[in-house]
Design a protein around this ligand. Structure first.
Ligand code: FAD
Ligand code: FES
Length: 244
């Protein structure tokens, strides 16, 4: 984990509710896709966690959905303004598990970390299939970036206004070697149940400290209680229990 100051280089809405935030700064603590950053915002006691969409040595990209005070403050940030970040948080996805034909499934703002994951899987010679699920066509983002990686993501919309009508799981019809999923818990559960193979799932949780000190984000697993911020946010399908 590293604490450092980042400079806003872009803050652009990509849908009505989701914006892309690009920040310049020291990204040396980020090791894996699926890790997250924790951002301090003026006037707010708790930092706010966001998955890293993609990164290189000196810049990173986030996609954040407008939900409350913190994300409203983020939306008002202008180019050149500074933000205090904790970087390199969480375990992230394990690329060594992918096999030849991994499946990536994302839902809503949870699609964000799939970009960095897809890029690195392509770089290591895997040919990922990607499914992105949204409520409606106005919510869709990240598709162009995935096309730039020469991937052809399948897009589902619940109202049928674009792509396949239905849920992300309705597009899960091809064989895959392993899966990676990120999105709402109901989607994660459905993906885990439908896939016949192993996979890793990234969970969202309300967080306090964000780095393992407060136990405020504990999740029950078959291996006992685990902290989403430190032991996760990525968990293996086989270690999960699902509350009914
Ligand atoms: C590891 C991790 C990665 C995340 N990555 C992303 C991301 O890439 N993009 C993104 O848009 N969001 C992401 N989130 C969620 C994001 O952290 C919250 O939406 C944000 O903190 C809300 O801040 P706020 O001050 O705007 O809203 P608040 O005023 O804090 O809350 C507004 C509303 O949102 C609900 N809420 C807030 N945080 C969460 C949460 N973590 N889970 C469920 N409900 C919540 C609150 O209950 C409330 O109803 C991630 C969360 C975690 C834990
Ligand atoms: S948020 Fe403090 S331990 Fe996870």
């Amino acid at each position: 984990m590293k604490q450092s100051v980042f400079t806003v280089i872009e803050n652009t809405p990509v849908t009505e509710r989701v914006s892309r935030l690009r920040l310049r700064g020291d990204c040396s603590a980020i090791e894996r896709p699926g890790q997250f950053v924790n951002i301090a915002l003026p006037g707010l006691f708790l930092r706010r966690p966001f998955s890293v969409s993609d990164w290189n040595d000196d810049s990173l990209t986030l996609h954040y959905e407008l939900v409350g005070k913190g994300t409203e403050l983020l939306r008002s940030m202008q180019k050149g303004e500074k933000l205090d970040l904790l970087t390199g948080l969480g375990n992230g996805f394990d690329l060594s598990l992918a096999g030849e034909r991994p499946l990536l499934v994302g839902g809503g703002s949870g699609v964000s970390p799939l970009l960095g994951l897809a890029r690195r899987l392509v770089q290591q010679g895997s040919r990922p299939q990607v499914i992105l699920g949204f409520d409606t066509r106005e919510d869709i983002f990240l598709v162009d970036e995935l096309f730039h990686l020469s991937l052809s993501p399948s897009v589902t919309t619940a109202d049928g206004s674009f792509g396949i009508r239905g849920l992300a799981t309705d597009a899960m019809d091809l064989p895959h070697s392993f899966f990676y999923a990120c999105g709402p818990e109901a989607m994660l559960r459905a993906v885990a149940q439908k896939s016949p193979v192993s996979g890793q799932l990234s969970f969202d949780a309300r967080m306090g400290c964000g780095f393992g000190a407060c136990m405020g984000c504990t999740k029950e697993t078959l291996n006992g209680p685990r902290r989403v911020c430190r032991d996760g946010p990525v968990f293996l399908k086989e270690e999960l229990t699902w509350d009914d």
